[in-house]
Design a protein around this ligand. Structure first.
Ligand SMILES: Cc1cc2nc3c(=O)[nH]c(=O)nc-3n(C[C@H](O)[C@H](O)[C@H](O)COP(=O)(O)O)c2cc1C
Length: 373
């Protein structure tokens, strides 16, 4: 576990449980839709992640723990032996390049489409996602999801645990449970997407239950120090409206604080935000903060270094960047030396093969960790 000291800089080492990190910069999970149609990671993904092995920790993109949880086409999965085999090439390439990886586990809940998963999406309550869902045939109106039964909730919890076991077998150091950004776990937390009248809905104590059960099942399977949880308090994108943000996260973090988890990862963390400050005060373990860098616009000229330093000063242990790592395989070196960043090519985030993926240049010639692919 890391400790917070004023001297803890971005380039100092840290620990997550037994895992040693050479610096405090984390590559945030980013869906890139470059997996096969069957969810099997492709060799180009090994090349992409190995290029970014200079990160203190890579959190690999959202991977699906069961078929019905698949959000979009060509996102990777981690529920079948062929997925484990595909991921093994990725973790092997990253280890060879000197890096470390967690895998994010994401169930889409109502954010999904039969044209993507072949199955009708499920959610806490039958309330449709208010935006179109991307499918290979173009954007489609979201369908009304089917409400999960109690038995299906138990099965989903078990699927997360099995997926975590698969991830460790595939060579990941741990998993990050995706409780953020409007996907299934967040749909249980928020009042506008959870209208259940059973033990999983209604008061905050009930709405956090599913998240707590998933995290504990995963921790029981692979060990708590190998488990991170990502949350996005107050997030209003993707049709979310929590309504009682402070109460939700106070209850959730209060419940999990004693479990010895690897880390808590807070999206769009703001040192001035009261919920963020309370989470830092009450979360006894490692906290990864993902700063707000002006979503949708260009990256700041300093690459987010000032925002990172502010969050470290506010008690964050590690800082995660998404788009900075996406466009700069050697982001750590660039931040260390103040070198300029490559701009992000927005149109190639979710499409393209090598283009906009493995072809971002490093400062000095070919990037470290390049493998044949
Ligand atoms: C292309 C792209 C894909 C993303 N996919 C995920 C994802 O799979 N899981 C997740 O939790 N967040 C995802 N995010 C959000 C990032 O992890 C991060 O929170 C966000 O990009 C803000 O950080 P930044 O300003 O450093 O990019 C994604 C962001 C981008 C740009």
């Amino acid at each position: 576990m890391t400790t917070n000291t004023e001297t803890a800089g971005l380039f100092q080492p840290a620990e997550i449980g037994p895992l040693h990190l050479p610096n405090r910069l984390v590559m945030a999970p980013m869906t890139r839709t470059r997996a096969g149609a069957d969810g099997v990671p492709r060799p180009i993904m090994a090349e992409y992640y190995a290029q970014r092995a200079g990160a203190g920790l890579i959190v690999a993109e959202a991977a699906t723990p069961n078929r019905v949880g698949q959000t979009y086409a060509n996102i990777p999965a981690v529920h079948a032996p062929e997925h484990v085999a595909g991921w093994r090439t990725v973790t092997g390439a990253v280890a060879e390049a000197g890096g470390r990886m967690f895998l994010q586990l994401q169930h889409g809940g109502r954010i999904g489409h039969p044209e993507n998963s072949g199955l009708h999406p499920v959610a806490p309550s039958p309330i449709a996602f208010p935006e179109p869902v991307h499918t290979p045939g173009g954007p489609r109106e979201a369908v009304v999801p089917r409400e999960l039964t109690a038995a299906e909730i138990r099965q989903t919890v078990a699927d997360f645990a099995a997926a975590a076991r698969n991830a460790v077998e595939a060579g990941f150091a741990g998993v990050e449970v995706h409780g953020a950004n409007g996907y299934l776990l967040h749909q249980f937390l928020a009042r506008n997407t959870n209208r259940r009248t059973d033990a999983y809905g209604g008061p905050v104590a009930n709405r956090i239950r599913f998240v707590v059960e998933v995290v504990r099942a995963v921790a029981a399977e692979i060990g708590p120090e190998r488990v991170g949880l990502r949350v996005s308090p107050g997030f209003t994108g993707q049709g979310m409206d929590e309504r009682d943000t402070a109460e939700i996260y106070r209850a959730l973090i209060g419940e999990l604080a004693g479990d010895g988890l690897g880390y808590l990862h807070v999206v769009f963390a703001d040192p001035e935000d009261a919920v963020f400050r309370e989470l830092r005060e009450t979360w006894p373990g490692t906290l990864i903060a993902n700063p707000v860098l002006g979503w949708g616009g260009p990256l700041p000229e300093d690459g987010g270094r000032a925002a990172a330093e502010r969050l470290l000063a506010a008690g964050a242990d590690l800082i995660s960047f998404g788009r900075g790592f996406l466009a700069n395989p050697d982001l750590v070196e660039r931040l260390r030396t103040g070198a300029p960043l490559n701009p992000v090519r927005d149109g190639l985030m979710y499409r393209g093969d090598a283009e906009g993926y493995t072809d971002y240049p490093a400062l000095n010639g070919p990037v470290a960790g390049l493998v044949a692919g």
